[in-house]
Design a protein around this ligand. Structure first.
Ligand SMILES: [Zn+2]
Length: 111
């Protein structure tokens, strides 16, 4: 696992995007073209052990929105889907939809 980028943190852990080396000889990743990025949630259990949980690509928007940081989430998703703008716009719209109640709540609260 290389190129960890810690992006969002809350009490439950952090969502990170990583590029990986699969280890197969002759694979493009052995020559430096790594796979991914893939999204993972890192969290600690009660004993303090660190766990890593893979987040499937179609759950990334939900996972980011769950962190209730819409603006960060959109930035993160932009990096994540850099190579695929159609997908980026779809996920951005998804995040905006999911975080709208939260943003409205914030607006009310700040009034
Ligand atoms: Zn590989």
């Amino acid at each position: 696992m290389t190129s960890n980028r810690v992006l969002l943190k809350n009490g439950q852990g952090a969502i990170c995007f990583s590029r990986i080396r699969c280890g197969k000889p002759g694979c493009r990743c052995a020559r430096g073209k790594l796979h991914g990025p893939y999204a993972y949630r890192f969290y600690r259990d009660r004993q303090g052990r660190l766990h890593r949980q893979y987040i499937p690509k179609d759950r990334v928007a939900q996972a980011l929105a769950d962190q209730e940081k819409a603006r960060d989430a959109v930035m993160v998703c932009r990096n994540f889907f850099r190579a695929n703008w159609t997908e980026y716009r779809r996920v951005r719209a998804e995040i905006n939809d999911m975080t709208r109640p939260y943003r409205n709540y914030l607006k009310e609260y700040q009034r």
